[in-house]
Design a protein around this ligand. Structure first.
Ligand code: F6R
Length: 252
């Protein structure tokens, strides 16, 4: 049988967030020590809202280990950092904390050492779930077009379109926007037992078309996930709007 990622087509952002939440909730409720690696940005905001509600209404995360996919290079408390996002959208809002929280330090002087420190975290805690968003240029984490599919955690430079997305998401000017990130590579991303890619909105529609119907190529980094059966892509109607009907029917 050909190995292939699973696609789930949903109506809108809310349904995408709910589907993502259902999968994570199930893992948290069934694994002895769940290890969840999250992403940040617009795509997972709704999922975080549901997770906060869940935890504050009894979803037990006292044995859960939480970590993140990446971190911008810049001051820890800048508006755009993964650190700031995670505290504002999750850790400061929940009434019980996870067993462990791991974050990449984007202000570490020695990036090499920081990468090696996080490699040890990744080795110690194999992920049950890795949540991802999709860049308008098809990037995954900060694996930008041209990144080899066997990448491992590295210091990445952002493409212009990514810098513009960060400016848009965090309402900042170009000279304030980060240009680099430490990111997990495809190797560590795909090591997770389940990889959930959340995709919503018209501006993702071209990337979605390339992901599902284009050539598997480093020109569209997300195609690295195409033939992986641990990957679940949750796509809303606007993001799916450029797809051929037969592609959408495959997801049903
Ligand atoms: C952020 C990250 C990025 C985003 C992607 C989509 O931690 O890793 O790859 O997931 O740029 O961003 P949004 O969800 O804001 O559209």
């Amino acid at each position: 049988m050909i190995k292939k990622m699973k696609t789930i087509f949903v109506r809108n952002y809310e349904e995408m967030s709910e589907k993502g939440y259902e999968i994570i909730k199930d893992v948290i409720e069934t694994k002895e020590q769940p290890v969840i690696s999250m992403t940040t940005g617009g795509s997972p905001r709704g999922l975080f809202t549901l997770l906060v509600e869940g935890v504050n209404n009894g979803l037990d995360i006292s044995n859960t280990v939480m970590m993140n996919l990446d971190e911008y290079i810049g001051p820890k408390n800048a508006v755009y950092t993964v650190n700031t996002f995670m505290y504002e959208n999750f850790y400061n809002k929940i009434n019980t904390q996870p067993k462990e929280i791991f974050l990449i330090n984007g202000e570490a002087d020695n990036k090499e050492e920081e990468i090696n420190r996080y490699k040890e975290v990744l080795n110690a805690y194999p992920r049950d779930v890795q949540v991802l968003g999709l860049g308008t240029n098809g990037h995954i984490g900060a694996n930008e077009p041209g990144t080899p599919f066997d990448s491992t955690i590295f210091l990445a430079e952002h493409d212009d379109s990514t810098i513009e997305s960060t400016m848009r998401e965090y309402n900042i000017e170009r000279d304030e926007a980060p240009t680099e990130m430490i990111t997990l590579g495809f190797t560590e991303i795909l090591e997770a037992e389940k990889v959930i890619l959340l995709v919503s909105g018209k501006r993702k529609s071209e990337a979605v078309k390339n992901l599902l119907e284009g050539e598997v190529s480093t020109d569209c980094p997300a195609t690295a996930l195409r033939d992986k059966d641990n990957v679940i892509v949750i796509i809303d109607e606007e993001a799916a709007s450029l797809l051929d009907e037969k592609t959408k029917n495959r997801g049903k």
